[in-house]
Structures are given as structure tokens and as C-alpha cells.
Design a protein around this ligand. Sequence first.
Ligand code: CA
Length: 101
Amino acid sequence: MSKVSPTETERCIESLLAVFQRYAGREGDNCKLSKREFLAFMNTELASFTKNQKDPAVLDRMMKKLDLNSDGQLDFQEFLNLIGGIAVACHDALLIQAPNH
Ligand SMILES: [Ca+2]
């Protein structure tokens, strides 16, 4: 009997969970991203974004803004706010490129 294969959306969610766990599991609390884990994530997974940032304090400010409960770490909800924000920015950029759609 073959298992029902996951949908595209389910695979996206699984991927986000897997990526979060991979970076959060590097040190300390494996359910939260420390500052170093956040920087590793940004510089590896979102390198196309980070390499265009001339100001090294940008990531510091992002981390502070994302850390809603100010515990110095990003939990999965806070991480999803980052992903959601980037997804919205990408979506907006697509709308600017194709104003008739
Ligand atoms: Ca936090």
C-alpha cells in the first residue's frame, strides 16, 4: 500500500520545520534560534538577501524586531514572522513587476 504523498503546501510546511530545527538544534535550546543560529540561518539560507546588505547592523536590528518577547532568541512563531515578512515582500515585488495581474 503506498502512502498518500504530501501536497506541495504540506511539503513547504515540513521544509520550514526541518530548516528551523536544523539551525535551532546547533546549540542551547533546540526549539529556539539563538543570535548565532539566526545569523547562520540568514547567511546560509537567505544569502541572496544578506550579501546585499552593506550595513552589518541590519541583521542585529532584524533579530531585535523579530524577538517579540525579548528573550534574545527566536522561537518558531517568531521565525515564521520572518518567513512571512519575506514572503510578503516577494509577493509585493511580483505585483510591482506585473501590475496587470
Ligand atoms: Ca524570542
